[in-house]
Design a protein around this ligand. Structure first.
Ligand code: PLP
Length: 416
């Protein structure tokens, strides 16, 4: 038994899927302490869109540390934070015509979600928030209350209240008209549904099984929110920062959410950083009403600003992500077509792709086989039935093909 098993809590999870002891990482690869290389098609659950230890970001970080730049800065003004805010404004918000105030809610995605829910309730004076089936928004109580997964909800230990979950796009296989249910509940004074403060949505459900909402569905949702004066929160923690192609995953729908949650790859180097972006008129916070120690991890500002300057000055990354994503979808479709006797479905958007298999046990066999072959992939979906592929956006075509070949072999292997 090693120290991880004897000392670390039973709650640990990824190390059970990948029982190696990792030591180094570079680009799309992780290396265990014996020097064995693994292609990482999980990318820190979406926190490593620019790859492990990206050399450009690393140089900026080393220079910052060498000159004794502030590391822990609470929410004080620092030069690093100023540079980050300027860069975010100039390269991300203004070119997209987005007017948001930037809130630092704490280091992780769940912090961004908690802040969004609190603010929406404060602004509207209403308590109910609508989430969607199979959504995932994080592990804190507020975020869990808009999360679908029964096992995760079950760990809360208290009733999860003041929320209700509605069918996500495609949930009832197109048998009911989009929003017919929500619209009816909202307009019927006998429905028992209070007017919600907000609706929180992922444009592609990452943990929920790589399920994309159609662009028209997202537009319809935004219109419905507007009609009923409900705030629209887009949780772009996993699908933001270019994972689906554009910087914000909602861009193709041409909607302007009232609140946007960002984390994971906004830190650039895998360092903790989260943002809650809010329309200026909603920024009604009293100073200090949402505080926290780790809201100013300055090395994360440095890496983040450098990542924005390196990858978001033009649309090259977006185009390459869309091209690579199409390639992954083509290969997965070939895998599925090679076995017409087994129901498989290719899901996702951009470089967030999934292969839905008949059940979770099958998907776990595929992921185990992939690990043995040197590829890190994880399952997602309500029963863990979807093999999820999220390589760094900086993955090369060669690495992509190597990983896809290992995955194809793993599916074949799981069939034997
Ligand atoms: N929101 C979404 C859409 C996520 O995918 C996640 C994490 O996977 C979170 C929120 C929570 O982020 P964190 O794990 O950093 O708290």
């Amino acid at each position: 038994m090693d120290i991880f098993e004897t000392l670390e809590s039973n709650v640990r999870s990824y190390c059970r899927s990948w029982p190696a002891t990792f030591d180094r990482a570079s680009g799309s690869r992780l290396y265990d302490e014996d020097g064995r290389a693994y292609l990482d098609f999980f990318a820190g659950a979406g926190a490593l869109n620019y790859g492990h230890n990206n050399p450009v970001l690393k140089r900026a970080l080393i220079a910052y540390l060498e000159r004794d730049g502030v590391t822990q800065g609470l929410d004080m003004k620092t030069a690093a934070k100023r540079d980050f805010l300027w860069t975010l404004r100039d390269l991300v918000l203004e070119p997209r015509g987005l007017r948001y105030k930037v809130m630092f809610p704490g280091p992780g995605g769940a912090n961004a979600v908690e802040a969004a829910l609190k603010l929406a309730r404060t602004v509207t004076g209403r308590s109910l928030v609508v989430g969607f089936t199979n959504a995932f928004h994080g592990m804190t109580l507020g975020a869990l209350s808009v999360t679908g997964n029964a096992a995760k909800r079950g760990a809360a230990g208290v009733p999860l209240q003041h929320t209700t979950l509605m069918p996500y796009d495609g949930y009832v296989d197109g048998r009911i008209t989009d929003f017919a249910l929500l619209e009816r509940l909202l307009t019927d004074s006998g429905s028992g549904l209070d007017l919600p403060a907000a609706v929180i949505v992922e444009t592609v459900q990452g943990e929920g099984g790589l399920t994309p909402a159609r662009i028209e569905w997202l537009r319809g949702l935004a219109r419905l929110c507007e009609r009923h004066a409900i705030l629209l929160i887009v949780d772009d923690v996993q699908m933001g920062c270019g994972r689906t192609g554009p910087f914000f995953s909602f861009e193709p729908a041409a909607v302007q959410p009232d609140i946007v949650c960002l984390s994971k790859s906004i830190g650039g180097y895998g360092l903790p950083l989260a943002l809650t972006l809010v329309k200026p008129e909603l920024d009604v916070w009293e100073p200090g009403r949402h505080n926290g120690t780790f809201r100013g991890i300055n090395p994360a500002f440095v890496a983040s600003a450098e990542a924005l300057r390196t990858y978001w000055r033009d649309d090259e990354l977006e185009k390459s992500t869309l091209g690579k994503g199409e390639h992954v979808a083509r290969v997965l479709t070939e895998v599925a077509q090679a076995h017409p006797e087994i129901p498989m479905k290719v899901k996702g958007r951009g470089l967030a792709r999934g292969l839905a298999l008949p059940d979770g046990e099958f998907a776990r066999r595929v992921c185990r086989g992939a690990f043995e072959r040197g590829l890190l992939v994880e399952t997602s979906g309500p029963d863990g039935e979807v093999v999820k592929l999220m390589p760094p956006l900086t993955v090369t075509r060669d690495e992509l093909d190597q990983g896809l070949a290992l995955l194809t072999e793993s599916v074949e292997g799981a069939l034997e």
